[in-house]
Design a protein. Structure first.
Length: 213
């Protein structure tokens, strides 16, 4: 069961999300916060498995809330939700620690898929904004990967950047899924990021993966 907490400053949006997700057999709806400060408080109280939060909220906004929440619980996946698909919000949310990014007018099925993917440790970004990521990744690569990665860690990072799950990486490299999890954790630590999405961004920017892949 996926224990879900959401945040949005608009009542209709909160109720819409509640209606959309409350009938899913594998999703337990824990509640809805009205701003980032309330979200942080509710997350501390309820300890959700996944958080879905709006970015533009009064007071403590979504990006600030994501940054504070991931600092406290880096393994808890957070999905960013907004009506604005500008670079400021997209990269602000991802760099703050979000594992996914959805638009409010997106496909409802994508919401369900993103929540389940986040719970599995994968990131999902609305296809409407994927082109923005590719364009940003196509900028001139930066040098280095932070602390030096082993050959195996470099292979794992490349596959993470290509969107592979731990199980898929394990199958491709013929190693145990638990070993992949250890490698991913070490990669994140060495390159100084908190999420798989941030690791993917790093891999593209460093030239390990090209935008046409």
């Amino acid at each position: 069961m996926i224990r879900l907490l959401i945040a949005d400053d608009q009542h209709l949006a909160r109720e819409g999300l509640r209606q959309l997700l409350s009938h899913e057999p594998d999703i337990a709806f824990l509640g809805a916060a009205r701003d980032g400060a309330e979200l942080i408080s509710m997350a501390r109280e309820h300890q959700p498995d996944v958080i879905l939060t709006d970015l533009r909220m009064p007071g403590t906004d979504g990006i600030t809330a994501i940054r504070r929440l991931t600092a406290r619980a880096p393994d808890r996946p957070i999905i960013a939700l907004t009506t604005f698909d500008t670079d400021e919000y997209l990269f602000g949310a991802l760099e703050a620690g979000a594992v996914g990014f959805l638009l409010k007018d997106g496909d409802p099925d994508l919401y369900r898929a993103a929540i389940r993917a986040a719970h599995r440790g994968q990131g999902l970004i609305d296809p409407q904004v994927t082109r923005r990521l590719v364009r940003r990744f196509a900028t001139p690569p930066v040098r280095g990967h932070g602390r030096e990665l082993t050959i195996r860690e470099t292979e794992v990072l490349r596959l993470v950047a290509l969107g592979r799950s731990n199980a898929e990486i394990a199958g491709e490299l013929r190693i145990a899924a638990g070993t992949v999890k250890i490698h991913v954790s070490r990669v994140l630590s060495k390159i100084g990021v908190r999420t798989r999405v941030q690791a993917a961004i790093h891999a593209y920017r460093s030239g390990l993966v090209s935008s046409d892949e």
